[in-house]
Design a protein around this ligand. Sequence first.
Ligand code: HEC
Length: 324
Amino acid sequence: MEWIALQHALLSHLPVATGLLLPWALVASQRPGRGIRPWWTVARYLGWAGILGTLGAFLSGFAKGRLSALPPAHRLLPAFFSGSGPDVLLFRHALVGVASLLVGIAALWAMNRRRKDHESLGFLALALGLAWCAFLLVAGEGGYRLAHRGAKAPVPASPNSTASATSTPSVLWVVRDPETDLPVRALDFASLEPIYPDPVRSLAHGSRWIRTWASPEAAAAYRAGEPLPQGALVVLSSAEDRWGRPGPDPGPLYALEMKASGPAFTFYWPRIPMNDRREFGGDSRVYWRGSDVHLDACRTCHTAGMADPSKRSRLRPKKIVLDE
Ligand code: HEC
């Protein structure tokens, strides 16, 4: 599921490309008369490629939504009205995605209807095909906005007015900390080295099921339980427990980064399940980092950064062995 979800950005380029290429082929295949068949073929080929891409984007998009816990596990789509910002963006994106799949199937059917040799591909194919392309492009644009929500362009700061209003105007570029809204590096934990394949239950972290991921230069030291090198990043991805096994609700991400100034902790939970929100003052999302007071509790076990290796959890879910 994770693997499929991580392919979403890649897979969704094919439908977007179809949205850009198909209109030309559809328009070209509208001319009736001899020699038009090759244009039917072009349109149909793009149609099939586009529908397979849409299907791939649809499945991986669904998995990706699940993985980032948007929408919450018990709902198929987030509530349109209760959510704000990313929720609404995601809802629109999902809606347009579903529409593009349905209209795409109709358009493909229209393009593949039986035609006489001298006929054009038909107005129905053109109309449905163009509508499909519009949906594909809108879905692609919505996906782009969702993916790049956190990274806004640097804002030009207002010129220093007190210093010298007469001197040549200078534009200061404020470089925004890329982790202001999201722990970008910790979220990309799948690109780090997994320390073990199956989740273990960690009593120290809310009895959740955790997996540990370490940056490549730190993995060997982490495994050996030796002090981590400077710059090391270790992330725990987690899942909430359900009936003694990792459940469908993703838990928070816990991260430890060894900075020159000392160990830095991060706690990020993009979507807190309804029942747990009271612990977090009713918030649906938390992101604590740096000197946040909530992280002081972490330091009881993480005085020097890494927790005592002898205290690492070992409890794994029992493998169910099916015998004949
Ligand atoms: C009760 C002690 C305890 C507390 C409190 C605690 N941890 Fe841990 N932490 C551990 C132990 C033990 C491990 C080793 C992994 C495991 O088996 O759970 C660990 C592992 C980690 C790791 C992986 C690197 C390492 O040290 O092994 C990170 C990152 C982490 N914790 C972050 C946090 C954050 C962030 C908090 C606070 C929100 C926190 N921890 C609170 C005990 C604790």
